[in-house]
Design a protein around this ligand. Structure first.
Ligand code: C2E
Ligand code: CA
Ligand code: CA
Ligand code: CA
Length: 275
């Protein structure tokens, strides 16, 4: 039996090895990248439909790797999450986003994505308080975006953390709404300030009539619960007009602006006619 086991193990070994090595490499690169300040934040504006007013910006991390160039968060956040490295990376994001927001000429909110592993760490609330204090940003200008993943590990502690953030004045948004299994029941367990309707529903708008019905239902739900509803991934005027008609309050997407560097954002906000 022992011999058989060995033979099987050997058979898979080279492939496993290559994957493990790639992971190990990425992990080392991420640790080094953090120390060497290779991460950057880009910002994507959010527009309130009523009055066409910019109300906030979402911070989105980028990794400018010395050899591989710009790496998308989709290619490193999952591993960072798995090995817990998201905690120091997320702390850097929070501190940098609060500092950047303080340089903006108008008091827009800054939205920061916070992952499940960060919620498990004991220090999250203290870290947020420290980032606010160090930057001078009022808590009411900070928004935390969480996905269902955070609430999946729902327990008294997760809810307590959310409530503590809210008591500070920090807003809480439910990201990627509608993509998980229990989006609705989470709205019952926690009073979010904002619902972000996942991009997939927005792209469905042009494709079929059910898409419209879903957006209408979520917008109505948000309205009755007193929550802001943001449609994500708005790329066309047609989509924006439908979203307006169905009653969503805000939009975010390439139509308004792609995510831009902090420098570009500042130039844009300081220009005489921001959109
Ligand atoms: P997300 O939080 O759902 O962010 C929205 C994503 O949609 C961003 O991708 C954004 O660039 C993209 N997007 C915005 N408008 C449009 C549009 O009109 N069309 C299309 N096709 N895409 C649009 P990005 O920047 O690649 O980020 C991907 C994901 O990585 C984020 O999804 C978020 O889950 C994660 N992420 C990014 N930054 C952070 C961070 O600082 N911390 C954590 N924990 N996760 C992050
Ligand atoms: Ca987000
Ligand atoms: Ca999203
Ligand atoms: Ca997403």
């Amino acid at each position: 039996a022992k011999l058989d086991g060995r033979a099987t193990y050997r058979f898979f070994e080279p492939e496993m090895d290559a994957r493990m090595q790639a992971r190990r490499r990425l992990e080392l690169d991420m640790r080094q990248g953090l120390a060497r300040r290779e991460f950057q934040l880009h910002y994507q504006p959010q527009l309130q439909l009523e009055g066409n007013r910019l109300v906030g910006c979402e911070a989105l991390i980028r990794w400018n790797h010395p050899e591989r160039g710009m790496i998308s968060p989709l290619d490193f956040i999952p591993l960072a999450e798995e090995i817990g490295l998201i905690v120091p990376i997320g702390e850097w994001v929070m501190r940098q986003a609060c500092r950047d927001a303080m340089t903006w000429p108008t008091p827009l909110t800054v939205a920061v994505n916070v992952s499940p592993a960060q919620f498990k760490s004991e220090r999250l609330v203290e870290m947020v308080m420290s980032a606010l204090a160090a930057s001078g940003l009022p808590a009411t200008r900070l928004e935390v975006e969480i996905t269902e993943g955070v609430l999946l590990q729902e327990n008294a502690k997760t809810l307590q953390t959310l409530h503590r953030l809210r008591e500070l004045g920090v807003r809480v948004s439910m990201d990627d709404f509608g993509t998980g299994y229990s989006s609705l029941s989470y709205l019952r367990s926690f009073p979010f300030d904002k619902i972000k309707i996942d991009r997939s529903f927005v792209s469905d708008l042009s494709a079929n009539r059910d898409g419209v019905a879903i957006i209408r239902a979520i917008a109505g739900l948000g309205k009755s619960l007193g929550m802001t509803t943001v449609a994500e991934g708005v790329e066309t005027h047609d989509q924006m007009e439908r979203i307006r008609t169905e009653g969503c309050t805000d939009v975010q997407g390439y139509l308004i602006s792609r995510p831009v560097s902090a420098t570009e954002l500042l130039a844009f906000l300081s220009s005489e006619h921001p959109p």
